[in-house]
Design a protein around this ligand. Sequence first.
Ligand code: ADP
Ligand code: MG
Length: 865
Amino acid sequence: MVEQTDSRKLSPAMAQFHRWKAEHPGEILFFQMGDFFEMFYDDARTVSRVLGLTLTSRQKGADAIPMAGVPVRSADQYLKKLVALGFRVAICDQVQDPKDATLVVDRQVTRIVTAGTLTEEDLLDRGAPNFLCAVHASAGQRVGLALIDLSTGEFLVAEAARADLAEALSRYRPAEVLVAESARDPALEAVLLQHERSAVTARPDWQFERASAREALAEHFRVATLGGFGVDDDSPVVEAAGAALRYLAETQKTALAHLNPPRLDAESERLLLDRATRSCLELTETTREGRKDGSLLFVIDHTVTALGARRLRDWLFAPLRQVAAIERRQAAVEELVLDRGACQRLRERLRGVADVERLLTRVVTNRANARDLAGLRASLEAVPALRQAIAEKNAADLRALLERLDPLPELASHLRAALVDDPPLALREGGMIRDGFSAELDELRGIHRDGRRFILRYQKEEAERSGIPNLRVGFNRVFGFYIEVTNSFRGQVPADYARKQTLKNAERYVTPRLKEYEAKVLSAEDRSQELEFELFQRIRARVLEQLEPVKKTAAALAELDALYSLAEVAALHGYTRPLVDDGGALEIEEGRHPVLAATMGASQFVPNDCRLDGATRRLAIVTGPNMAGKSTYIRQVALIQILAQMGGFVPARRARVSVCDRIFARVGASDDLARGRSTFMVEMTETANILNNATAQSLVILDEVGRGTSTFDGLALAWAISEHLLQVKRARTLFATHYHQLIDLAAVFTGVVNLNVAVREWGEEIVFLHRIVEGGSDRSYGIHVARLAGVPRAVLERAQAVLADLEKGNPDLAPRSAHAPRRAQGTLFEDPAQALCKEMRGLDPDAMSPLDALLKLREWRKRFG
Ligand code: ADP
Ligand code: MG
C-alpha cells in the first residue's frame, strides 16, 4: 500500500513512481534513478527491515518520503535475497537516455522478478533446473502440471493422480507454483505446504480456463492442442501449460522465443524413484546432514560444464527403462572409457564451454551482456575440437552427437571479429568491440587516442611558451580539460589563459584551443560508446537469428559432457559395463557401494555378491549384527541398479541387471531419528506406498522397517509385509533386519533366501568381516556390540545371564515358525513367573488372615499351576 499523497506536491519522478506502483501493488517496486534502484514508502520500510538497508527519506519535513536504495550494479544480490524470502520485485527501468528527456526520464516496468522466473546466473544453482510449475486440478482425479525452466527454455508437461501431486512436486522441486485462485482447496494447500521451497502464487481463474489456455498456446507455439506433443486434448495439462505461458508473458514482458516446445514427461519411459527412495539412497544429498558430498551424484559427477551437470542430474533422477536405449548409452560410454586420450581432450575442451542454455535466455530476453556473447563464442570455438575427439567413434549416440554439434562457424567468426577477448560487463561504457570491426568506431576511437598524444604535445608546447616547467594538462569529469599551474609560477601565466578553478597550491586555467579540443574528444567518446551499444545490439540480433541451431548445439554439448562424466567415473573407479536385459534376474559379482568405496578407498571396501531373480530368489532377508554392513549392502544393490539404468558402468566385477520399473527404498523410523520427522506413521505411510505400487518389475529395499514400534508389533508387521511382497507383489526385495526371526520365512515359503553378514567371534569379541554369506544368522550379537561401545562389564555380564535365562526358560521368545510372532506376543504379556512375583510383591502377609492367605494360594495354583 502506498500512503496517500497530495499529487500536486509530487515531483514528476514521484508521480511516475505512483503510476507504476498502482499497477504493481503486490510487488516491491525497484524504481531506477540513475545509478540506483530506489524504493519508497512501505517498500522502503520492508527492504530496510529484511535486507538491513538504511532507511532515508526523500524530501524533508512533513513531505518526507521513506526511501531506501540499492546500486543498479549490485542489484542482483539484493534481488536474490528478496526472492529467496518470497518477495516479488517489479523492475522499473529508465528506458530513455536522460539526455533525451525533456521533463523526466521515461520509465517502464520491464520485468517482474519471481522465484520461478529467474535467469541470472548468479541467482541460480548451476547444476539444477529452476522450475516454474503451474498446477491444474481437473474435475476428475487427474492433475496437470506444466513446468518451465525459463533460464534454459526447458518446458515439461506431466499428468499425475491427485494423490500423487506431492510426489510429482518433489521430483521437480519447483521454485514457484502457480494455482488458480479458487483451486486453493485445503488438500492442495496441504500439499503445497510440504514444499516449503516453493513460493505459491495464486492466479486469476480465467487463466486456467480451457479456452484461454488454448489461446495462449496458439499464440506461442501456433498450435491449438498439445496433441502433437503426445498430450490428450482433455488432459488438465493443457490448462496448466496455458496458465504458465500467460504468467511468463505477464512477468517477463519480452519475447520468449527460446522456450522449447512442451515435452511430455511420461512416467512409463523411465525408472521411477520417489522422494523417499531418493532420500534413502542419498542420491543428491546425505540423509542426515543434507551434505552434497557423500551423495551418489557427488561421486559420479565429473561433468565440466553447467550444461552437463544439469543433464547428468536429469539422468540420475530419471534413469532409462528401455533396454535398447540403455544399451545405446552404454556403448557410447564404453567407447569413451576405452579411449582415455579422447576423454582428456573432451575435458580440456569442455572447460571453455559456457552455460549456453542460460546465456541464450538472457540474449532472448535482452538481458545479455558482451561477456555472455563472448561465452557463446568460446563455446562455439570449442566445438570443432570436441567433434574431433569423437569423430572416429562408432557408438550410435556419439555419431548422433556429431551430427548435432554444429560449430556455427559463421556466427563464431562474427563474434570473434566483433568482440574483444575479454569484454566488460557494462553495455554503455564502451570497450566491447574489437578494433577493425567498424570503420566508424575506429575513427572515433582514433580521435580519442590521438587525444592523448595531443595533450602531451600541447602540454610541452605551453610549458615552453610560458616557461613554466611543471605546467600540466589534466582532465576531470566536472571541469573537463584544464591547465594546472602551481602557485609559485602564477606570475608567468600567459594572458590568454582564463582562470577556472582555484586549488590550495595551484590554479587551473582553460584556453580556447583546449575548449575546442575538449568538445571534439568528448563528443567522440560519447558517440563511440553509443555506437558500441548499437553494434552490440546488432551482434545480439545475429545470435537470435541462429537461436535454434545454437540451442541444438547446447543440448548436444550437455549430453556429451554427461557421457564424458559417466565414462570418467567408470575409468577412475574401475567400473564395468553391466549386461542389461528384461530377464528378471539381478546378479552382481563383487559389487561395491559407489560412495563408501570411493570415500574409504576401494581396497578397504569388502565387495559383495548379490543374486536375485523372479523365481526362487525373490526376497532376501539380510540379518547380522548392528554395524555389520547390512544397510550398506542393500543400498549398494539399489545404486548399482540405478547406475545401470542410467546407461553407466557399475562398481562391480561383473553384473547382469534386469530393467526395473521402480525402485522403492525405505528406512525404518528409528534409523531415521536424526531428521526429527521420524514417526512410525511416516514409516508405515511409506511402506503402504510400496505395498500398493510395487510390481513384479520393481526392486524393493527395506532397511529395518518395522523398527519404529514395539518389538512384537514390528516383527509381526515385518513378517506380513515380507509375505505380501513375496506372494502378492512378487517384487525383487532385499530386507535388512535385526529381527532374525524373519529367517524362518525361508522355511515356509519358496522364493526366500537368507543372507547374513559374516562376523568372526574372537573369544568374547567379534570382528566384522562385512562379507555377505548365504544363510540366516540367528543371533543379533547385541551384547557384543554393546561391549564394543564401552558398556560397563558388570552390565554386560548381567545381560548375558538374563539372555541365557530367557533363551532357556522361554523359548517362545525366539519363534521358529510362521505362527510364532503371535504366540510369542501372547506369552510375553502373561509371563507367569513375572506376574506371580508382581502379585506377591503387592501383598502384605502381616496384614492377611490365614484364611485369606490360603485362598490366595489356591487362586494362584489355579491360575499359574
Ligand atoms: P548395519 O546396517 O548392519 O548396521 P552399516 O551398513 O550401517 O551396518 O555399516 C556400518 C559400517 O560398516 C559402515 O559405516 C562402514 O564403515 C562399514 N562397512 C559396511 N559395509 C562395508 C564393506 N562392505 N566394506 C567395508 N566396510 C563396510
Ligand atoms: Mg543399518
